[in-house]
Write a protein that binds this ligand. Structure first.
Ligand code: C5P
Length: 206
């Protein structure tokens, strides 16, 4: 069983994917972390972010078992990840590892930008989770403030918008809903309501 969850940054797809995986006892892969781990390895090694062969080499070395959001969550890593994510050779290397993960039994939940369209086009359940830029920026702002951090709403808003443009505008695997994806707009929906909706879709496919 493969559950593909796609959507733009800060739409709540990570939380949803984790809860679905827990509920059904499935494995979960946040594929954004594979791009982030590649970017962090380049940054740590002082290597350039614009050399496709160098970045591909790093992508081939990413260990899916060692991914930890806590060490990959920094803003600079996210920015660098979205830059190297436009490179076809990097995507090829990471997509191959993601496809192997998707074969895990009894099931796998993968979330990202291109799971339903490119990584697992045959997945029996595809969700496209989205929300307006305003709502996503507000959620991210509140997350940072609740964690005791300093946040600037306008800067976050611009950042979310820029990330959308980069993810939707790239030539290789742009962010878009698969034709057979269920669209879940969470702009005016609680995470709980979104989870219940997603659960009913998964139950119907089991
Ligand atoms: O979701 P997250 O912000 O962690 O992803 C970091 C970056 O990795 C995204 O901005 C996106 O450019 C890229 N990404 C991607 N394809 C995926 C997952 C993430 O291109 N399946």
């Amino acid at each position: 069983m493969i559950i593909a969850i796609d959507g733009p940054a800060a739409a709540g797809k990570g939380t949803l994917a984790r809860r679905i995986a827990e509920t059904y006892g499935f494995h979960h892969l946040d594929t954004g972390l594979t791009y982030r781990a590649t970017a962090k390895a380049l940054l740590d090694a002082g290597l350039p972010l614009d050399d496709e062969a160098v970045a591909e080499n790093m992508a081939l070395k990413v260990d899916l078992a060692g991914l930890d959001r806590a060490v990959l969550s920094q803003h600079e890593i996210g920015e660098a990840a979205s830059k190297i994510a436009v490179m076809p050779a990097v995507r090829r290397a990471l997509v191959e590892a993601q496809r192997r993960f998707a074969e895990k039994t009894p099931g796998a939940v993968l979330d990202g930008r291109d799971i339903g369209t490119v990584v697992c086009p045959g997945a029996p359940v595809k969700l496209y989770v989205t929300a307006s830029v305003e709502v996503r920026a507000k959620r991210r702002y509140e997350e940072i403030v609740e964690a005791g951090g300093n946040a600037d709403y306008d800067a976050i808003f611009e950042d979310v918008k820029r990330r959308d443009e980069r993810d939707m505008g790239r030539t290789d695997s742009p962010l878009k809903p698969a034709e057979d994806a269920y669209l879940l707009d969470t702009s005016e929906m609680s995470i709980e309501a979104a989870f219940q909706k997603a659960k009913s879709i998964v139950d119907a496919a089991l």
